[in-house]
Design a protein around this ligand. Structure first.
Ligand code: ZN
Length: 322
């Protein structure tokens, strides 16, 4: 809990620091307006003009002090055409809500949890496909992104990871295998966000849109920006339980720095051996449409994962080759 709080605090400080330079410019503008107002005010003979000047000054002040990033230029924001990547602030990624809840035991699942769940009778046979011919229609390769929502006829069954945490039951054997291998290397991986139903995804998306609207963006802009940080409901891999957010037992924040942890490094290097890929890599945002998420791993099967890893592909690029 303390670590969580500390990270939250650091993020807030970073956020403030980035806006601080803007505050400096604002202060100069305010002083300028104040001097101007006093000058104009003292020049008017009649109260009505004095009142009007005063009202104008108050209006200017209110307008400027809304601290809207739209007014003062969010340095990272730019208007874009459809499908173009919009780099935005990183402090509220898709899975941001986990930060506050991940320390709850029920929201995490370690290897022991997964194994005990498997022992309790939920065993599913592994479905490793050894044939090196791939089909776009294979459930393991289903492409879900902004342009491709979840197919209407897509079927899957949920298996339990731990408690209420679920994912596609077909990926659990390899997930367990991966966690065991990591543990051998001294890394305790933790699943923190597996399957999510549509209502949860809608809630996360709506909340993100509202955040931008509250910051002064129009609905259209807020929607566009939100969609790079949170997948639009109906286009999230979490909704079919094929992707998982994986962190470790000593780093709970879903932020870019996870890549520097032993677990982040291990996952990036080894996950393909168990059929998982880093779904939203760095510098590939223009292809995936989603900002870098070092914790979001997608199951594609071992064969495809190996090719994707060796060629540094995204799933989009791999599908193109089929
Ligand atoms: Zn995720």
């Amino acid at each position: 809990m303390n670590k969580d709080y500390k990270n939250e605090l650091i993020n807030n400080c970073k956020k403030f620091a980035s806006k601080n330079t803007l505050c400096l410019y604002l202060a100069v503008v305010y002083i300028f307006i104040a001097i101007l107002t006093i000058n104009v005010y003292s020049h008017f003979k009649y109260y009505i003009f004095r009142f009007a000047a005063f009202a104008m000054a108050v209006l200017c002040f209110i307008n400027l002090t809304s601290f809207s990033p739209m007014k003062y230029g969010d340095l990272d924001y730019k208007m874009v055409l459809e499908d173009e990547y919009i780099p935005i602030e990183q402090e509220l990624p898709e899975d941001e809500y986990i930060r506050t809840s991940v320390t709850e035991d029920a929201d995490r699942a370690s290897l022991d949890d997964i194994l005990s769940e498997r022992d309790s009778g939920n065993t599913v046979s592994s479905s490793v496909d050894n044939a090196l011919t791939f089909s776009k229609n294979d459930w393991k390769l289903v492409l879900i992104n902004k342009q491709h929502s979840i197919p209407e006829n897509y079927v899957f069954s949920l298996g339990t990871i731990k408690g209420s945490m679920q994912c596609d039951e077909r990926i659990i054997p390899e997930l367990t295998e991966m966690f065991a291998a990591a543990q051998k290397d001294g890394i305790n991986l933790v699943v923190c966000s597996p399957y999510r139903d549509i209502s949860r995804q809608e809630y996360l998306f709506d909340r993100k849109v509202k955040t931008y609207i509250n910051n002064g963006y129009s609905y259209m802009d807020a929607y566009k920006m939100a969609s790079t940080a949170v997948t639009v409901p109906g286009t999230s891999e979490h909704q079919i339980g094929i992707s998982l957010d994986i962190i470790c037992d000593n780093y709970y924040s879903l932020d870019e720095d996870f890549e520097k942890t032993d677990a982040g490094i291990w996952l990036k290097k080894n996950s393909y051996k168990y059929g998982f890929i880093l779904r939203y890599p760095k510098d590939k945002e223009n292809i995936t449409g989603i900002m870098y998420e070092p914790w979001h791993y997608r199951y594609v099967g071992k064969d495809a994962a190996k090719i994707i890893w060796e060629n540094n592909y995204t799933l989009e690029e791999f599908i193109e080759t089929l």
